[in-house]
Design a protein around this ligand. Sequence first.
Ligand code: UGA
Length: 498
Amino acid sequence: MVQKITCIGAGFVGGPLGTVLAFCCPEISVTVVDKNAARIESWNSDDLPMYEPGLSDIIAQVRQRKDACNLSFSCEIRKAIVESDIIMLCIDTPTKNHGAGSGMALDLAHIQEAVRTIGEVATADKIIVEKSTVPGGTTSIIQDLLEAVSTGTYNFEVLSNPEFLSEGSAVNDLLHPSRVIIGCQRTTSGQLAAEKLAAVYRRWTPHELIITMNQWSAELSKLASNALLAQRISSINSLSAICEAVGADINSVAEACGTDPRIGNKMLQSGLGWGGSCFPKDVAALIYLARSLGLNSVADYWAVVLEMNEDQQSRFAKRILSCMHGCINGKLITILGFAFKQNTSDTKNSPSKNLARELLREGATIHIYDPMVSEAQIYRDVNASDEQSRRLRIFSTAGEACAGADAVVVATEWDQFKTPDICQAPYETNVAVGTNGMHTKDIQNNGAHHEHETGGIDWASIVDNMYRPAFIFDGRNILNAQYLESLGCRYVGIGHLS
Ligand code: UGA
């Protein structure tokens, strides 16, 4: 019976995962550890280090258990390792920026450091669960390292259990996973360890969604899933370029294709490209893996997915320039949205960054507003030269950011940017957990973390306060063209004639 679980790494995976584990398994004590003391302090406060809908609610619910609270955040990594039955590695694996595979391969330095610590301090058998995205074969490397550094004769069983949560819906994804993949060795002890982990997930996940396989398959499933999703978006974006050239409408094409149940309608939203910490690095890692296996045509195939994404971003910037009569020097362009997608403050590989840089290079003055990304983060990301910095300003409301603009560009699909008829109800989820007799809890989160998140922006007043001709560039195809044109502006979306 599992009594204690430690998640090493209190980031985008470890924090929400540890919280949901504690929430769904009241009898298991969960500790999330990290060597970053400031991050742990933040997890222990009311000001969490990240924004995820529903997260603060379930942390509050777990903390209300008072003496029975089974969730803690701590820097005492060694102590937590010693006390745990299962240790989950939720450690970042950034793309390498040096040496062999620079720009493509995943950097395993942080994982190796954590694994060494486990091997050195463990005083009993342990199950180590690899949650981070890793190149195939990493579980064997972890096994090898553990056995090499351990001072005792303990049994370390390493499982691959890739995490498929998306930022912005992490809590929902963890509570209702589409599948739980467990990769284990085909030995008795490997299968026993897999069963122990499966029993934890079965507390709230239907058993048919828990799939076991060998470790390589599990590791590759993670890269493959992200690569296939990224490829799908690159595919629809490549078609958007054709639509713009011939007068077809990408939304209609996506609808027509998506209604075929074999294709399905998810991840077919054309826009200015995918960002985030996962798609870019996982596609790059897959390309690197294929090249290192000598499978050059496989690597070339996936490389095009990456190129198409970059092409989509630069094509959009060029379109802004050409629509604005080939000159934006001295003009004011407002970018609405800086996060790489809605419901997150994460700006990693956000298309907005490249867009802002490109427009600054062309001589435009840039105003930026995002409901969740801090001013300091935006300045850091844009990394403007001294001269460009004088043309860059960050605002805390959309209305102020757009006042006097020649053009407004919607770069993130935040609900609040949507025109009234397209705007959906605020985030709300009724989460039913506990398939085995636990209480069913309702988590209500209407996304009211930020004052600007409630209510949509007032497009009529924004257009009213813009210079003429007033351009609205819809980089996420979330606006109603007719409505905006009726307000007197020129609407330019992605994947249809302007
Ligand atoms: C992605 C995967 O969706 C998760 O399943 C996976 O677990 C995660 O990576 C990970 O490896 O950790 P995430 O990066 O959080 O999740 O974001 P997505 O919602 O997949 O969006 C990625 C990018 O694609 C965003 O920039 C979004 O704006 C863009 N996108 C998404 C589109 O351009 N069109 C779409 O139809 C959907």
